[in-house]
Design a protein around this ligand. Structure first.
Ligand code: ADP
Ligand code: ZN
Length: 725
């Protein structure tokens, strides 16, 4: 068992600059979107609410100020496993931290309290249930608490799915303190209602609320409709390996899928609420420590799965709503590396979902959840970009398809079935008008002329001769598109007029055409990571990491994340200094593990792949391949075009954010209240702005004309050449 004993390796430097703390302790070079703003606000004494998707890096936003502020930071966190991981990570990075929760033995507890009293910790994680315990309140009087960070802050809202009554103790705890600390709340929940609840209930004072985009570019989304789900699952596992989560909607299905996987020789375990607490935490640990690769789970396996290197989340059944789906799927790829989120969709899963929804006694709730389920079905049936569907669901305005989801990549045969759709809709409308609404089969039989009643209806026999399954497919499609309302009995919606009056066309998919061989093969390394690496070296580094993890009895990813090992492959450090340049290697980890990894790396030739596929990239070569488009592009699209060239030369990818930074540095953009706007020289360069509107309000977006695109390319290539010289 991991021990909380903490030796303060490096005294936190007061007035340390956040960037230095980021580098020294965490080994990272730059902040991600939103982090710097939140940290600055906290350091200037402001309350904050950070709304960022899973994996965006919320923890750093309070951990870094905690290191710089005097006194101690209390972190309220809902799950014991989550606290333990966070503390392990912090301690591994040389940050004095501890947790206080019910998992501690009496003597561990006493020791933690004593250490806390004597000021040994900079960060203390506490379960909300403990906040008002007399011993805690007493400790709070002695400690100088400079900040309280509230992780998973949506737990305070009764509107959220994870309401935790003890979160309501937080404001009481704050009131009991001699001085009010800074409050920093974080959540990944996007619903405005929940956000408002957080602001109100926590009584945040003129907080900075920062909402970053919800996109997770490293996640690949796909919906499949396999005939045989189990076969589809194992075929995926064979092609891809790695560890991940398979979500099923019922315990029964969890049991049966797990059994089959184990029988077929996979390293898998089950997880659902019907199991003993002991088995569940054992399974969770086994997963965390890489002792098993696949967890098959109901949605009880959830919040607080902090394993950063889950490579896939497969939904064996669809979730009950898009929000849950995005959260569950989002447990893949928290380390930012490419990961897959695949949903196996079958129409009959809708019935299971409906059944689960109808377990509630509350009619309103059932109604609400049915609506949410409709949106989930629409995701499953969507023809367009899946990422776009999801982001728009969360109120973001998306102008371009992502190009990296199943629908953007897949090929579909589409058939125009508008006329038949009109027949079906007009038939149902007529039935509805005479006060009738039937289940699908009866409805279809009248259309097919196979029924004994309604022979006088003008639509009787209107579709004679076609198959019932054809009518079924169109009906499903119309339901998914919101033209038909199906609660077992069919009726048309107001929207159906769009089709009836011929304003829109309706298509169905002839099923995905077979993917080409190339696409089906595991993604090429370079395509997957954005640069070529030696698979062999990566495997060796992972092996070393695992043996260290076993020695120290900590999860492997606490030693180094996959992202860090990949960066080692790429940079192939040979000296201490070069090692410190690897993303994720801070001072303390360097001291602890640096030598062993360097020894391994020194024995290895830089990979052959790297040498062959990395001819020197020059500015001339860059512009030979860089596509400058005629239209006005968003920054992310410019980054894509640049990345296409960088990929070719095995250079690290860039991002819209990075470009923005460079443009600010070069004085083409300026940041005004967190919005990037073109300066005068930016305007001269052809950077224009446009107002976008979303549910969250309006915002301004920059667009890049030809010479502005060219300038972005120059900035990147110059930065690259500068670095390597
Ligand atoms: P969240 O709490 O938002 O889900 P985490 O705080 O767990 O996300 O961070 C996810 C991963 O991203 C962690 O492995 C973390 O170390 C890494 N990370 C956070 N910030 C950065 C950064 N600025 N640069 C590189 N990696 C980062
Ligand atoms: Zn897409």
């Amino acid at each position: 068992m991991f021990t909380q004993e903490v030796i303060i390796v490096t005294k936190p430097r007061h007035e340390a600059h956040p960037n230095d703390v980021l580098k020294q302790y965490f080994g990272y070079d730059e902040f991600r979107e939103g982090q710097a703003e939140l940290i600055d606000a906290l350091l200037s004494g402001k309350d904050t609410l950070g709304v960022m998707p899973t994996g965006a890096g919320k923890s750093l936003c309070y951990q870094i100020p905690a290191m710089t502020l005097s006194g101690v930071t209390i972190v309220v966190s809902p799950l014991i496993s989550l606290m333990r991981d966070q503390v392990q990570s912090l301690v591994a990075n040389g940050i004095p931290a501890a947790f206080i929760n019910s998992s501690l033995t009496a003597s561990q507890w006493n020791r933690a309290m004593a250490n806390a009293r004597s000021g040994k910790y900079k960060i203390i994680y506490i379960a909300p249930e403990r906040l008002l315990a007399p011993s805690m309140l007493e400790l709070a009087q002695i400690l100088q608490i400079s900040m309280i960070a509230i992780d998973e802050a949506h737990c305070i809202s009764q509107w959220g799915q994870d309401f935790r009554p003890s979160y309501l103790d937080i404001p009481k705890f704050v009131d009991a303190l001699p001085t009010r600390p800074i409050l920093a709340a974080f959540t990944a929940t996007a619903t405005p209602r929940v956000r408002e609840d957080i602001l109100k209930t926590l009584e945040l004072k003129e907080p900075l609320m920062l909402v970053t985009g919800f996109d997770r570019p490293n996640l690949y989304f796909e919906v499949r409709q396999p005939k045989d789900k189990y076969a589809a699952l194992t075929s995926y596992l064979k092609d891809n390996g790695g560890n991940g989560i398979v979500y099923c909607s019922t315990r029964k299905e969890v049991e049966s899928v797990t059994e089959r996987l184990i029988a077929d020789g996979y390293s898998a375990a089950r997880y659902h609420a019907g199991l003993s607490e002991g088995e569940r935490s054992q399974t969770q640990d086994n997963f965390l420590y890489d002792r098993i690769k696949i967890i098959v789970a109901t949605n009880a396996f959830g919040m607080g799965i902090d394993k950063s290197n889950a490579r896939f989340v497969i939904h064996y059944n669809m979730s009950q709503n898009v929000e849950s789906y995005y959260q569950e799927a989002g447990r893949a790829g928290r380390d930012g590396l490419p990961s897959d989120c695949i949903l196996f969709y079958a129409r009959k899963d809708i019935n299971t979902a409906l059944y689960l929804i109808k377990q509630s006694e509350n009619e309103d709730e059932i109604f609400r959840n049915r609506k949410l389920l409709d949106q989930m079905v629409r995701y499953c049936e969507a023809d367009g970009c899946l990422r776009r569907y999801m982001l728009e669901y969360f109120g973001e305005t998306v102008t371009d398809d992502c190009g990296n989801c199943g629908n953007c990549k897949g090929n579909f045969d589409e058939t125009d079935v508008t006329v038949d759709a009109q027949k079906i809709l007009s038939h149902i409308t007529r039935l509805n008008k005479v006060g009738k609404s039937f289940m699908f089969t009866h409805t279809a039989d009248i259309l097919l002329g196979k029924s004994d009643d309604f022979t006088n209806l003008p639509t009787f026999g209107l579709m004679k001769g076609v198959s019932r399954s054809y009518i079924r497919r169109i009906t499903n499609r119309l339901t998914a598109l919101g033209y038909i309302y199906d609660d077992g009995y069919l009726s048309t919606t107001q929207k159906a007029n769009e089709v009836l009056f011929g304003d829109v066309t309706v298509t169905i998919r002839g099923g995905k055409t077979e993917r080409t061989k190339k696409e089906k093969a595991p993604k090429a390394q370079a395509e997957k990571y954005g640069y070529a690496i030696s698979e062999e070296l990566f495997a060796k580094l992972k092996e070393l990491r695992l043996s260290i993890a076993r020695e120290e009895k900590i999860p492997a990813f606490i030693v180094f994340s996959d992202a860090t090992l990949l960066d080692m492959c790429r940079k192939h450090p040979r000296t201490d200094e070069e090692m410190l340049n690897v993303s994720g290697v801070g001072v303390v980890k360097m001291e602890r593990y640096g030598e062993r990894f360097l020894a391994l790396l020194r024995d290895e030739e830089p990979s052959a792949i790297q040498r062959e596929t990395s001819p020197e990239l020059t500015e001339k070569l860059f512009f030979e391949y860089f596509e400058i488009e005629d239209s006005q592009l968003q920054i992310s699209r410019v980054a894509d075009n640049i990345n296409a060239v960088l990929l070719r030369y095995s250079k690290p990818k860039t991002s819209g954010m990075k470009l923005n930074e460079l443009l600010v540095e070069a004085n083409y953009l300026e940041s005004i209240e967190n919005v990037k706007l073109p300066t005068k020289s930016g305007q001269e360069l052809g950077i224009t702005t446009i107002m976008r509107h979303s549910e969250r309000g309006s915002y301004t977006q920059c667009l890049f004309g030809k010479s502005a695109q060219r300038c972005c390319g120059e900035l990147i290539i110059n930065a690259l050449l500068e670095k390597s010289s």
